[in-house]
Ligand binder design. Structure first.
Ligand SMILES: Cc1cc2nc3c(=O)[nH]c(=O)nc-3n(C[C@H](O)[C@H](O)[C@H](O)COP(=O)(O)OP(=O)(O)OC[C@H]3O[C@@H](n4cnc5c(N)ncnc54)[C@H](O)[C@@H]3O)c2cc1C
Length: 183
């Protein structure tokens, strides 16, 4: 197996390492103390083209690979672990499900603003009674014509306060074995 970085991966590593050193590390301890969210850092990551790094260029992403994404998480986290997890959740929890399973229109509506950094990505699975056990999901989604009525509670959702749209898991009914159908 070849563990050497490609030219593109090395370039991404150099860019994010410098940015993390100069911008992210500065003020990290103070942000930990104050709880201030670094909106400006994510705005700058958008300008660097990193907010949609592994997603298709068609939707404003950079079309990079998973190793490049891991490099960015690694470098951000070395400077500030909180910034690293925010970025990681933005891509892997918020953007990836849309990228993998969304329709073309859903990608235009929801993935494009994630790639530009206009909104942060998030994903809501955990509930007061459902964490490791997703089958314990109690939130329901009831179809009414062309929309769903959602009823329930979610908690611990990373980036939720900074996301315009949060995909969630919800129960739509039961199958013949009375097993919950979780979407
Ligand atoms: C920083 C942070 C960010 C998070 N971000 C998100 C997010 O963006 N979206 C989201 O949906 N959730 C998020 N979560 C929630 C996280 O996914 C849940 O906390 C996690 O799934 C565990 O669920 P729980 O807290 O209900 O604990 P529980 O599932 O109740 O687990 C409690 C304890 O029991 C153990 N345990 C559970 N099941 C078993 C088993 N079958 N066998 C043996 N031991 C078991 C666990 O290891 C743990 O020690 C976040 C949590 C944190 C801390």
């Amino acid at each position: 197996m070849n563990f050497h970085l490609t030219e593109e991966q090395s370039m991404i590593q150099k860019t994010i390492r410098e940015f993390s050193h100069e911008v992210v590390a500065t003020g990290a301890i103070e942000r930990d103390r104050s709880g201030e969210f670094p909106k400006d850092i994510f705005h700058q990551l958008g300008e660097l083209g990193l907010m949609g790094l592994p997603f298709s260029e068609e939707y404003g992403g950079a079309g990079a690979d998973t190793i490049s994404f891991a490099i960015v998480v690694e470098e951000l986290s070395k400077a500030c672990a909180s910034t690293g997890i925010t970025y990681s959740a933005h891509i892997s929890l918020g953007g990836a499900p849309l990228h993998m399973f969304g329709t073309h229109q859903q990608k235009l509506d929801y993935l494009v603003p994630i790639c530009s950094g206009e909104t942060l990505g998030a994903f809501g699975l955990t509930e007061p009674g459902a964490g490791s056990d997703a089958g314990g999901t109690a939130t329901t989604a009831e179809q009414r014509k062309d929309s769903f009525i959602i009823n329930g509670n979610k908690c611990y959702i990373t980036n939720a306060s900074y996301s315009k749209v949060v995909p969630i898991t919800a129960v739509t009914g039961t199958n013949t074995g009375k097993k919950k159908l979780v979407l």
